[in-house]
Design a protein around this ligand. Structure first.
Ligand code: CTP
Length: 225
């Protein structure tokens, strides 16, 4: 399962709070997972992208809608890639009618959105969770903190907010982190990086399943016996 794109948090019928996520990285992950033979559900915020071949897509607008769709569809998933740039806050209330211009200063009351990937990571028998950390500075330190605070299995750290990498670019650079390890996936197209990421996550899933079933213990006798 994959989340992708931004979320839009409505202020009134014509305005919203959004962000600069294009959805390309999440769509590339969904495409790479489908190419690798997975059955893929993609929950996407508002983006202008075609659905990758073989992927089942559900479109949503806000973080709350994304959370509800994810919780409906996540049962039985083996891997969860949280690639969406989910808005951390939403306006306390979306006005029913267009807000009119008023005094020279206005305050906007915002309330926290649910943390979708943290909720998925907290599920009993839930999927292996792979988050994305979009950072403008101290990329590794912030990403490691998210890995631990959100209870994730892995996190793909990338730098945003500069040319040639991140949100609005075709390219990206990813450092993949987990408790006690890291792998620099390097710089490349979002499609190349998505394939490397899916493969690294699948390896991790196989390791976890081997540990759970005890099949990591080599049943063959040691040489010489
Ligand atoms: N995420 C989520 N739900 C949220 C916020 C984030 O599922 N409400 C997920 C993203 O999909 C991503 C990871 O959490 O996999 C990190 O997202 P990011 O925007 O980098 O971090 P935040 O938790 O929003 O922290 P901050 O804005 O302080 O950097």
């Amino acid at each position: 399962m994959v989340t992708a794109g931004p979320t839009y948090e409505d202020l009134d019928p014509v305005r919203f709070i959004g962000n600069r996520s294009s959805g390309r990285m999440g769509f590339a992950v969904a495409a790479a997972a489908a190419e690798a033979g997975a059955k893929v559900s993609l929950v996407s915020g508002p983006v202008g992208l075609a659905t990758p071949a073989g992927v089942e897509r559900r479109d949503v607008r806000s973080a709350i809608e994304m959370r509800d769709a994810v919780m409906q569809l996540v049962t039985g998933a083996d891997l969860f890639f949280g690639v969406a740039a989910v808005a951390d806050y939403r306006p306390q209330q979306a006005a029913g009618q267009k807000l009119k211009k008023g005094p020279p200063r206005q305050n906007l009351e915002l309330v926290a959105n649910p943390d979708i990937i943290a909720e998925v990571a907290a599920l009993e028998d839930g999927p292996l969770t792979i988050g994305f950390a979009a950072e403008t500075e101290q990329v590794e330190a912030h990403a490691r903190e998210k890995l631990s605070v959100k209870g994730l299995d892995m996190i793909a750290a990338n730098r945003v907010g500069r040319e040639g990498s991140g949100f609005e670019s075709e390219h990206n650079e990813i450092l993949l982190l987990w408790a006690g390890g890291e792998k620099h996936l390097g710089r490349g197209s979002k499609h190349q990086l998505a394939r490397l990421l899916v493969s690294a996550a699948a390896d991790r899933l196989n390791e976890r399943e081997a540990i759970e079933t005890g099949s990591d213990q080599d049943p063959r006798p040691a040489p010489g016996h």
